[in-house]
Design a protein around this ligand. Structure first.
Ligand code: SF4
Length: 280
């Protein structure tokens, strides 16, 4: 997708976000005071709040639910195994603000996805480079997303990858997951730009605008398995970052399961249309 369609959004610690004015930005909040400050008095450029490490703070959620403003909250769940039950604490605030749950793909992922779905909250799973145990949970989460009647809100990245299978031009996984620095540029506590899942933007790396394409290009030049991968159009080397030696065998199975689900839906739809046009 072009940058014109996705104006750059800077993702910044709360204190640095104060200087953004009406430039598009996401403020990272890590305590009750920061959360309530932005809900009380947002700047014009604020797109949403990235909430880290305070999911268990019931008082923060009670206070935030009483704030008058409307806002988007992206709740980051870094350790789903220990944090998933804390989702019950945001039930009240989800009635006042739009809430999304971002879940790092770690043990406990499946329980977190199921509870978020039961609470009707949209989900973004950040898969990173999952271990075999976590891959098994990802596959179960995909199955749950595809078949459980309780699922009403989208579960990314499954949702957009499913749409990609029917689209003329596939969206890149980096963009779907809001990790492409051309559109979502993360900053550290000193205000330095950094790459996703990395603490730095080194001099050997390309510019934010070129990062994804030059990463993929260098993988292809080095003979990585991406060259023959059927999912390269949408993945664009996502699972080879930061460790280029990561094996994608399990990831390809996951993509294949998404494709199979899409094919099945297309068959069901075709048969439905046939029955409607030819009822006898
Ligand atoms: S799934 Fe793996 S091999 Fe395929 S394009 Fe993505 S990173 Fe490359």
């Amino acid at each position: 997708m072009s940058q014109e369609n996705h104006p750059l959004v800077r993702i910044l610690p709360s204190a640095l976000a104060e200087a953004q004015g009406d430039q598009p930005f996401v403020a990272i909040v890590r305590c009750r005071e920061e959360l309530c400050r932005w809900l009380r008095d947002p700047l014009p450029g604020l797109r949403w709040l990235q909430v880290e490490g305070i999911l268990s703070d019931s008082d923060a959620w009670m206070e935030a639910a009483q704030s008058g403003s409307e806002g988007l909250l992206d709740l980051i769940m870094a350790d789903p195994c220990s944090e998933f039950a804390d989702l019950y604490k945001v039930v009240d605030i989800s009635a006042v603000h739009d809430v999304r749950v971002t879940i790092q793909a770690r043990p406990g992922l499946l329980k977190a996805v199921k509870l978020a779905a039961a609470l009707r909250l949209p989900v973004r799973i950040l898969p990173g480079q999952p271990s075999s145990d976590v891959l098994a949970e990802l596959k179960q989460a995909l199955d749950f997303y595809l078949h459980a009647p309780a699922v009403e809100a989208p579960v990314e990245f499954f949702h957009s990858c499913l749409a990609n299978t029917q689209a003329a031009e596939a969206a890149s996984l980096w963009m779907i997951l809001e990790e492409d620095p051309v559109a979502y540029l993360q900053h550290d506590i000193n205000g330095q730009a950094k790459l996703p899942r990395s603490d730095w933007f080194g001099s050997t790396e390309s510019s934010p605008a070129q990062f994804v394409e030059s990463h993929l290009q260098s993988l292809l030049e080095q003979g990585a398995e991406c060259a023959a991968c059927a999912w390269r159009q949408s993945c664009r080397g996502y699972f080879k970052w930061p460790d280029r030696t990561y094996s994608c065998e399990g990831i390809k199975d996951l993509f294949s399961a998404i494709q199979a689900a899409s094919d099945e839906m297309a068959r069901d739809l075709a048969s439905c249309v046939l029955q409607t046009t030819n009822p006898t």
